[in-house]
Design a protein around this ligand. Sequence first.
Ligand SMILES: NC(=O)C1=CN([C@@H]2O[C@H](COP(=O)(O)OP(=O)(O)OC[C@H]3O[C@@H](n4cnc5c(N)ncnc54)[C@H](OP(=O)(O)O)[C@@H]3O)[C@@H](O)[C@H]2O)C=CC1
Ligand SMILES: CC(C)(CO)C(=O)C(=O)O
Length: 310
Amino acid sequence: MRIGVAGAGAVGSYFGGMLHNAGHDVTFLARGYHLAAMKTEGLLIAGEHGQFRVPGTFTDRLSDLAKSDLVLLCVKSNDTEEVAKQLRNILKNSALIMTMQNGVENEEILEDVFDKERLLSAATYIQASVEAPGRIRQQGRVKLVIGELDSSATDDCAVIMEKFNQAGIDTVQSRHILERKWQKLLWNATFNPLSAAAVARVGQILDDKQLNKTASAICSEVINVAIHKGISFDPEPTQARIFSNAEKARNHQTSMLQDRLRGKRMEVEAMCGYIVRQANLLDVSTPALQSIYSVLSFIDQANKSHMKMK
Ligand SMILES: NC(=O)C1=CN([C@@H]2O[C@H](COP(=O)(O)OP(=O)(O)OC[C@H]3O[C@@H](n4cnc5c(N)ncnc54)[C@H](OP(=O)(O)O)[C@@H]3O)[C@@H](O)[C@H]2O)C=CC1
Ligand SMILES: CC(C)(CO)C(=O)C(=O)O
């Protein structure tokens, strides 16, 4: 299968690397120092069970993805619309696009650009980071739940699931992928923004009495928004599950914290703004999330002005 990775950072490089190892023809779209390192040395993926190097096709020309049968959309959510529109101009009509991003708004953005039957979404369970240019660090368990956005679409998803499993990526299919994505968003909205605002690892949020209290408040607000959106959750066990899952990621720097530490733009809209806007539409109160949203939006704006002045 010809696979294009649109945004070969932490997530895209890992999954693209695994699929390349399994014999697929993978093209990695990246830029900057990371791309330069991959072009000269190949891509190095380091995990708990050792490391492997991936020689491959690394490019900063989006048009090099034109022949893809499947594109893994792995840019940060802030770049979704721009990259999706560029992809629409070059991809063949039969190409499938799978978002592996966090949040649930990317699916809405993609539906405005592509026919729904070409779209898949993945709830991506991985802890990965670009440790150094050309080098990805992955820790903990990796799992994907994938599904078609159009539930009446032909079963491309089953074929992709099989190929991913053959490549050693634990993948299951869901007929209710948006519900799964909301479940994941509950976790991310609880921990990612707070971790970025406080510059704290997940374990530090769990251990600090005040941060833990704020995380619990955000979590119950987001569950409430999801319920008002028609996603069925039992609030108490859901919140308990989110916090017990966090125990397994104690040492993790969330992807949003990684961005803050690197002075990169954070996924503030995907993780906070979208939920706050939905809450306003549904007349649901989200004071804790709104507060973190205002802090992170301010930091992102300040970083942007600082970058412009440089
Ligand atoms: N990291 C993790 O553990 C997890 C992340 N996720 C989600 O997955 C998504 C991707 O996250 P992650 O992999 O961490 O992000 P990264 O920032 O590591 O990767 C995105 C990559 O895409 C590149 N990129 C963006 N636009 C272009 C372009 N036009 N041309 C070439 N390259 C481009 C970026 O370059 P540049 O750096 O120069 O902007 C970056 O290298 C996010 O939605 C995140 O929330 C989900 C689960 C876990
Ligand atoms: C916490 C984690 C790693 C869960 O997969 C994640 O989604 C993120 O850091 O954004």
